[in-house]
Design a protein. Structure first.
Length: 131
């Protein structure tokens, strides 16, 4: 770990792990996104924390699937996009008074949508099973 930057990345990583864990049990809170950010932070700050996350029995598969190119489950993408658009739209129209702020927030939603769309969609066994 290197100095203040490494410690900051480690703290951000652990916060993202906590938020990702919350996302497992609270509908609407993204899991994979937070865990990917945590893995990135850990990769740059703590080899031990990075190994722990990738090897974790519950959290590890979310990150490993993304890193191996399997992507995100369809349900996770739908929830992430829905929550992003609901929160950005509500924020822009209810809490931000000026037009430039509204445009900035909605631009973030468009960029976020593009990023989520670029992640491969993992087809789960339940989706491919014959009816």
């Amino acid at each position: 770990m290197r100095g203040v930057r490494g410690k900051a990345l480690l703290v951000i990583g652990w916060l993202c792990v906590g938020l990702g864990a919350v996302g497992i049990v609270v509908p609407g809170v993204p899991t994979t996104t937070f865990l990917i950010v945590a893995a990135w932070c850990f990769f740059r700050s703590s080899e031990r924390a990075h190994r722990w996350l990738l090897g974790h029995r519950v959290l590890g598969p979310y990150v490993n699937d993304f890193l191996s190119g399997k992507g995100m489950p369809r349900r996770a993408k739908v929830v992430a996009l829905t929550m992003m658009w609901v929160s950005c739209t509500a924020s822009a129209w209810l809490f931000i008074p000026n037009v430039f702020g509204k445009v900035a927030v909605m631009s973030c939603a468009v960029i976020g949508t593009g990023l989520v769309a670029r992640v491969p969609t993992r087809v789960d066994d339940a989706e491919t099973a014959p009816a």
